[in-house]
Design a protein around this ligand. Structure first.
Ligand code: GRG
Length: 316
């Protein structure tokens, strides 16, 4: 299912993506500071397409709390780029033979197919580490208040990306797929609806929530505004994941830019597998409604409501 994007959202998406593409290219260290071979592998994955959903969400959250004040929105750009670095690292590592073993990502051969497994691992490691170097370094100046916001944003992102967030969710996923050795002979987990929701809240949801949070935080949002965009993004993250599962069933590789039908082939627990397609679509819309309600309660809008509708109706 695809949907017409409103001209307003389309303009915002295009400008935000442009801004992120340019900034990513600028922020990444170039040879000879980084070895050319590592630089090539990091840039291949980072600058090789993708919706840029997480950085766009961070900028949209910044724009919402700053009510369009461009100088405040610009403070969120380094964190937005750091999010994309972390997201890209997770995709590179997820595609490795030891994990999901995939050969197609963003419409191109995966990193390990192009550069070999060792360098793909290092490209991911490099992007993860650069993300935090970037957030510590930029934006420069600004005094103690901005320094405190940077530290808070680093803590939010590190927590979301780490053991209790994305990495933890990936470990649960691997375990559920029977890809973990249990030296103590414990049994792998059984996935019911609650376990599925917990895995996704960590694996995909945590970074999406962090994107909105760090965007609002860096743009100087109040504690209430940051909490409201975090609630919005928690529901949005769930909607994003349900739609991702639906697209894996209904989508085509040419549109998705990645292999379709992998979840079913691997007998993975997914929303369509547990609830069927129709109920899954209804659940995605329920999550959308909850996301919109969280915004309305805090009197926040600008591009955030349209962005949420686009996530639920996207086709890639
Ligand atoms: C390896 C630590 C580690 C984590 C991997 C994010 C993730 C965890 C795995 C990706 C596998 C996957 C398909 C997850 C479901 C949702 C998701 C994150 C899809 C990919 O994100 P998009 O659609 O991709 O934003 P683009 O390419 O547009 O950036």
């Amino acid at each position: 299912m695809s949907v017409g994007v409103s001209p307003d959202l389309a303009a915002f998406l295009a400008a935000a993506r442009d801004r992120v593409e340019t900034a990513l290219d600028t922020y990444l260290p170039r040879p000879p500071r980084a070895p050319a071979v590592l630089d090539a592998s990091m840039r291949y994955s980072l600058l090789g397409g993708g919706k840029r959903f997480r950085p766009v969400l961070a900028l949209a959250a910044a724009d919402a709390v700053a009510r369009g004040d461009e100088a405040r929105v610009a403070l969120a750009l380094p964190a937005a780029c750091a999010l994309e670095c972390i997201h890209t690292y997770s995709l590179i590592h997820d595609d490795l033979p030891a994990m999901d073993d995939d050969t197609l990502r963003r419409g191109r051969p995966t990193s390990h197919v192009v550069f070999g497994e060792g360098l793909a691992i290092l490209a991911g490691d490099g992007l993860l580490t650069e993300a935090f170097a970037l957030m510590a370094r930029e934006p420069q100046g600004g005094g103690a208040d901005l320094a405190a916001r940077k530290l808070d944003a680093i803590a939010v992102l590190a927590t979301a990306a780490g053991a209790i967030g994305m990495v933890g969710g990936q470990a649960i996923d691997l375990d559920g797929a029977g890809q973990v050795r249990h030296p103590d002979a414990t049994a792998p987990p059984v996935f019911d609806a609650a376990a599925l929701a917990d895995m996704h809240a960590r694996k995909t949801g945590a970074l999406i929530r962090a994107a909105a949070e760090v965007g609002a935080l860096m743009a100087g949002g109040s504690a209430d505004e940051i909490a409201a965009v975090a609630r919005y993004a928690t529901h949005l993250g769930l909607a994003f994941q349900i739609v991702d599962d639906i697209l894996d069933v209904e989508g085509e590789a040419a549109t998705l830019g990645k292999t379709a039908g992998k979840d079913a082939a691997a007998h993975k627990p997914t929303y369509p597998a547990l609830f069927g397609l129709e109920r899954s679509r209804a659940l995605a819309h329920e999550a959308l409604d909850a996301a919109l309600a969280a915004l309305a309660a805090a009197d926040l809008d600008r591009h955030l409501p349209a962005l949420a509708r686009w996530v639920v109706c996207r086709s890639s």
